[in-house]
Design a protein around this ligand. Structure first.
Ligand SMILES: [Zn+2]
Length: 119
């Protein structure tokens, strides 16, 4: 092996190390981004899409769902979950009969949302 071959070998080595590092970094960022997306997606299942309010000493469930102009769908401004009218009614029904579930989900939602730094 002569001098030039050694130089070439070193250059090839350095270039391949850089290439591996760049691709690893790239994949890691993509992985973290995907994981974040999945976690935000999971928040939709935890979000209670409303809150418990007290009216005349009675507890009621107040839905967060709003129907944007020009659509038939309802969207939860908190978790960006999009559902139809039947789902809104179904969700309201569940939480109206089970207020403790709302508190439980609310607590969990805030905990996870803070971790993801979205609230
Ligand atoms: Zn929601």
């Amino acid at each position: 092996m002569n001098f030039y071959q050694i130089i070439i070998l070193i250059i090839v080595g350095v270039v391949s190390i850089i290439a591996v590092r760049i691709s690893f970094k790239f994949d890691l960022n993509k992985y973290l981004e995907n994981r974040r997306k999945i976690k935000i997606e999971q928040l939709k299942n935890i979000c209670p899409h409303g809150r418990i309010i007290k009216i005349n000493n009675k507890f009621a469930f107040e839905s967060f769902f709003v129907s944007p102009m020009g659509t038939m769908n309802y969207v939860c401004p908190r978790c960006k979950c999009v559902v139809g009218k039947e789902d809104v009614d179904r969700i309201n029904e569940i939480y109206l009969t089970n207020p403790t579930l709302v508190f439980k989900k609310q607590k969990e939602f805030i905990k996870r949302a803070k971790k993801l730094k979205i609230i």
